[in-house]
Design a protein around this ligand. Structure first.
Ligand code: NAD
Length: 541
């Protein structure tokens, strides 16, 4: 076989399409939405080369239209989980030996498929499954996913190129082996791109995967699987199974070949999985890699020098886009007395213009929250605020689940900086404001740092550079992604590698080389060209 040192295409971020009135992309995505809405899908699991229909099924409903069924998907029994593990182990030898440039080609092709022929399908499926507006679907399912694929291929090359020093007569080489065994990917409902990336990034590095998407993202997960297949991903490399998360996870963790977990979701679930891995560590052939990006209680902090309109816009976009269901969404805000009323006034004016409803109507900025559990959690929090003396609702506060799980964008004002909605991740369109005295900047920084167990994202608005410097120092551990004069959401692959620490995760930075490094186990090869023939060193002479 002829060899070459290949160079992958230089990656750049996928341009975001506008979906403006009259645009071609708007027409296409709405046609696809209508088609998928009525498609009555029967979604199988994918295990090895088989589409598996267990017969134990679950209906899928758009959160904004929950009486409508999009069709069914099939759920795994223990046996299916074991088969998925076996399929991934069977595929391992051939896949891990496939030249890296061929693996790169498959995922680059997947990126082009999403950018072109699958764009409207993956966006429409995300609008239906997760109730994203077209803009939110486009920046997630299309652009972010394309970016993950293209940038990761380039990071893969960067990793392989990273080689040790040599000395005369000796050649040191690092080969980046995939992990021994299989990788388990567990993805959340809220980003189609994250779901696709959790399985694809580790597969790209030569691993084979058992992937369990969220029950609330199956409809768009299926499109990801179609793309993998059309891109030429061999059978068994990514096995997709659905169903009871606890049963599936327990079965996976019983396997001695379990080599690592790539997880994104809530903090408590991740802690539970970590605990289970820990208690049965003797079972495994190697120490499993544990990578998890988890919850957040993300802040916006305004300094008295901040511009009120900029702060208000940061809150509206940061707290309410995708109904506040981004792990990075702003949910606690600290305003100085001197500008608080002006910020609140801008905020209320903006909220008065926001429309809520189906994502099929492009005038809506906000749609439904993901499911009844989320609706009830937010409804209860709103009712709690209505009862409590230390907090009040200053905007929104309405809810209605007759057609879809709609929660009105809600602003709470509290006099207690440790009030429950300032500390608990509610994961919805509810943001809480606390007003601090202008002369307590340093104390407020301390408050922001110590209020939550999380450390995912945070934003500071200030025109005063000394105040910013103080914030950068005081909040060093408070956010893995720190924003200056910008909202804390909307990380772009290749530009703002994403992840937080403390209770927010292992901070392995999705969309960066450091994440891909977790999916390889380097082997060092030292080759000596002319070996020694005498054990005696000169000093013995
Ligand atoms: P979730 O925790 O309910 O579910 C995440 C995944 O874990 C799903 O696949 C689910 O089926 C599975 N799961 C649930 N219970 C389980 C169990 N007992 N054992 C094993 N697996 C189990 O989260 P979600 O509602 O899908 O997503 C929202 C959460 O994800 C929020 O907490 C959010 O902050 C977090 N999130 C974090 C990031 C990040 O990058 N830090 C990104 C997206 C979402």
């Amino acid at each position: 076989m002829a060899h070459s040192i290949f160079q992958v295409p230089y990656p750049s971020n996928e341009p975001i399409l506008s979906y403006a009135p009259g645009s071609k992309e708007k027409k296409e995505v709405l046609e696809m939405y209508a088609k998928l809405y009525n498609a009555k899908m029967d979604i199988p699991m994918r295990i090895g080369n088989q589409d598996v229909r267990s017969g134990d099924t679950q209906h899928m409903h758009p959160p904004h239209d929950h009486k409508h069924s999009l069709g069914i998907y099939h759920k795994a029994e223990v046996q299916h989980v074991k088969e998925a593990i076996e399929a991934s182990l069977n595929a391992k030898a051939a896949w891990s030996k496939m030249p890296w440039e061929s693996r790169a080609s498959i995922f680059l092709k997947a990126a082009e498929l999403v950018a072109g022929p699958y764009r409207s399908k993956i966006n429409a499926a995300t609008m239906l499954a997760q109730s994203k507006t077209i803009h939110q679907a486009e920046i997630d399912a299309a652009c972010e996913y394309i970016d993950f694929l293209r940038f990761n291929v380039s990071f893969m090359q960067e990793i392989y190129e990273n080689q040790p020093e040599n000395s005369p007569g000796i050649w040191n080489r690092l080969s980046y082996r995939p992990l021994e065994g299989f990788v388990y990917a567990v993805s959340p409902f809220n980003f189609t791109a994250i779901a696709g990336n959790l399985c694809a990034s580790s597969a790209m590095m030569g691993n084979t995967i058992v992937w369990k998407p969220s029950d609330h993202q199956v409809f768009s997960a299926q499109v990801l699987m179609e793309v993998f297949q059309e891109a030429g991903l061999p059978d068994g490399v990514i096995n997709m199974i659905f169903g009871d998360p606890e049963m599936i996870t327990n079965t996976v963790l019983e396997s001695p070949d379990f080599a690592g977990i790539h997880y994104t979701g809530s903090t408590d679930v991740f802690r539970g999985i970590w605990g289970k891995i820990g208690t049965q560590i003797e079972r495994y052939k190697s120490y499993p890699r544990i990578v998890g990006e988890t919850g957040g209680k993300d802040f916006i902090l305004a300094h008295p020098s901040a511009k009120p309109k900029e702060v208000a816009t940061g809150i509206v976009r940061g707290a309410f886009e995708f109904q506040g269901q981004k792990c990075s969404a702003a949910s606690r805000v600290y305003l100085p007395e001197s500008i608080a009323e002006e910020v609140i006034s801008f905020l209320k004016t903006d909220l008065d213009t926001i429309k809520m409803g189906s994502p099929a109507d492009f005038e809506n900025f906000v749609t439904a929250v993901i499911h009844k559990g989320a609706f009830d959690r937010l409804k209860n929090a709103i009712e709690q605020v209505r009862k409590d003396k230390e907090a009040e609702i200053i905007a929104g506060g309405g809810y209605d689940d007759s057609e879809g799980y709609f929660i009105q964008p809600t602003v709470v004002r509290t006099t207690n900086p440790k009030y429950t909605t300032m500390t608990r991740e509610l994961f919805g369109p509810l943001v809480t404001l606390y007003v601090y005295p202008d002369n307590s900047w340093s104390e407020t920084l301390e408050l922001v740092d110590t209020t939550s167990e999380y450390a995912l994202t945070g934003a500071v608005y200030s025109q005063d550079r000394y105040a910013l410097e103080e914030a950068l120092n005081a909040l060093e551990q408070s956010a893995g992604n720190f924003y200056i004069n910008d909202k804390p959401t909307g990380a772009v692959v290749g530009q703002q590698p994403f992840g937080g620490a403390r209770g927010s995760g292992t901070n392995d930075k999705a969309g960066s080389a450091s994440n891909l490094l977790r999916w390889v186990s380097p082997r060092l090869i030292k080759e000596t060209f002319v070996p020694a023939k005498d054990y005696r060193y000169p000093f013995l002479g």
